[in-house]
Design a protein around this ligand. Structure first.
Ligand code: 5AD
Length: 353
C-alpha cells in the first residue's frame, strides 16, 4: 500500500495521526492528486454516513464591523480608517431573523467585530429577544473574546453555540498575525470556558495565512484533536488591501479542501461549514467544500446595504447566489451536486462514531 494511502486509512481508523505524519500527509497530497481523491472519497463517505445528503444552513447576521482589535490580516481591523463602519440596532437584527425564519433558517449566527458598544447586557437583551421570538431556533454567537461570566450570562439568556477560531495553535505564529495585546493562550482559555459552560463550540483557522508552515497546520490539527470542538470553520487566507498583509499570497484552495477532508475523518460528527472564503477564492468553492466533507453553509442574512462594508478580505462575495435571499439558487446548486438543504437546527449530535 502507498504511504499516503496508509496514512489516510490510519487517520480514518484512529481519527488521529502524529504531527509529523500530518506534515507528511499534507505535503504529499500536494503532489499526489490520486491520493487526494482517495482522501476526499473517504471523507465524503464519512459525512454521508453521519448526515446523509443533508446540508444545514445558518443565517449569518454580520451585525457590527466596529472592532477594538487590530489583527494584521483582517479588513475590519481598528487601524483601517477607510472601513465604513456600521452597527445594527436590536430591531434591525430581529428583522433579519424574521426574514431568515421565513426563508427556512433555524439557526441565526450573530457575528461581529469586538464592538464594546454592545455591552454585556445589551447583548443579553438581544439574545433574550431572539430566544423569545424564535424558541425553535439555535442562536450562535461569534463576537470574540469576553469574560467567562459574560459567556455564561449570554448562555443563560438563550445562546446555544459560539464560534471562536483559534486562528493558529502555535503561539509564535499567533504573535506574527496579531498585535501584542492578543494572546493565543487567552483565546484558548476562552474556548475552554465556552465549552465548560455548555456551548456547542466552534474553532478553526485560516489556511495559508502569512508565515504559516505545514508544521503549524499539524499543530492546529493536534489542537482540534485534543479540544474536540463541535464545529470547525476553516478557509483560505485572502489578503485585504488596507492591511499590513495586503501583498501576501492567498492560501491554497486545494490545501483547504485537503484539510476539510482530514478534519471530517478526525471528527466524523462535527459541523463543518463550506465557508465564504472558500466561495470567494473559487466560483464553485462552496460545492467543492461539501464534496470534500463539509456539511454546513452560512448564507448572508445581513441587510443588503451594509454587506459591502463587512469586508474581512478583498472581493468577499455577499450578494450572489450564496446570499440568504437567493436561497432557491443555492438549493439548486447544492442539489446539482447531489445534496439537499434542510430546514433544521442542525445541532451537534454526540452519538456513536
Ligand atoms: N482572509 C481569510 N479569513 C479571514 N478572517 C479574517 N480575516 C481574514 C482574511 N483576510 C477569518 C478569521 C476570523 C473569521 C471571522 O474570518 O479566521 O476568525
Amino acid at each position: 500500500m502507498g504511504k499516503l494511502i496508509d496514512l489516510i486509512s490510519r487517520l480514518k481508523e484512529n481519527r488521529y495521526l502524529e504531527p509529523e505524519e500530518f506534515v507528511t500527509l499534507l505535503n504529499g497530497l500536494e503532489e499526489n492528486p490520486e491520493d487526494a481523491s482517495f482522501l476526499q472519497h473517504e471523507a465524503r463517505e464519512t459525512a454521508l454516513h453521519h448526515f446523509g445528503k443533508d446540508i444545514y444552513i445558518r443565517g449569518l447576521i454580520e451585525f457590527t464591523n466596529f472592532c477594538r482589535n487590530d489583527c494584521f490580516y483582517c479588513g475590519i481591523r481598528k487601524s483601517n480608517l477607510n472601513a465604513v463602519r456600521y452597527h445594527l440596532s436590536k430591531s434591525t437584527i430581529l428583522e433579519c431573523c424574521r426574514i431568515g425564519y421565513d426563508l427556512g433558517f433555524r439557526t441565526f449566527v450573530l457575528q461581529g467585530g469586538e464592538d464594546m458598544s454592545y455591552t454585556d447586557h445589551a447583548m443579553t437583551d438581544i439574545i433574550a429577544s431572539i430566544r423569545r421570538a424564535y424558541p425553535d431556533c439555535a442562536i450562535t454567537l461569534s463576537v470574540g473574546e469576553r469574560e467567562k461570566a459574560t459567556y455564561q450570562e449570554w448562555f443563560d439568556a438563550g445562546a446555544n453555540r459560539y464560534l471562536l477560531r483559534h486562528e493558529t495553535a502555535d503561539p509564535e505564529h499567533y504573535r506574527k498575525l496579531h498585535p501584542m495585546r492578543l494572546r493565543s493562550e487567552h483565546r484558548m482559555q476562552c474556548l475552554r470556558d465556552l465549552k465548560s459552560i455548555g456551548y456547542q463550540t466552534g474553532t478553526g483557522f485560516m489556511v495559508g495565512s502569512p508565515f504559516q508552515t505545514t508544521e503549524h497546520l499539524a499543530k492546529d490539527l493536534q489542537f482540534i484533536h485534543k479540544f474536540e470542538p463541535e464545529m470547525i470553520g476553516i478557509g483560505p487566507f485572502l489578503p485585504h488591501s488596507e492591511t499590513p498583509f495586503k501583498n501576501c499570497a492567498p492560501g491554497s484552495m486545494q490545501r483547504t479542501l485537503h484539510l476539510i477532508s482530514i478534519l471530517r475523518l478526525m471528527r466524523p460528527n462535527a459541523l463543518i461549514p463550506s465557508t465564504t472564503a472558500l466561495g470567494t477564492i473559487h466560483p464553485e468553492g462552496r460545492e467543492l467544500g461539501i464534496l470534500a466533507g463539509a456539511n454546513v453553509v452560512m448564507p448572508n442574512l445581513s441587510p443588503l446595504d451594509v454587506r459591502k462594508n463587512y469586508l474581512l478580505y478583498d472581493n468577499k462575495i455577499c450578494t450572489g447566489e450564496e446570499a440568504a435571499e437567493s436561497i432557491d439558487k443555492l438549493k439548486e446548486r447544492i442539489c446539482r451536486i447531489g445534496y439537499r438543504i434542510v430546514t433544521d437546527r442542525g445541532d451537534y449530535k454526540k452519538g456513536d462514531v
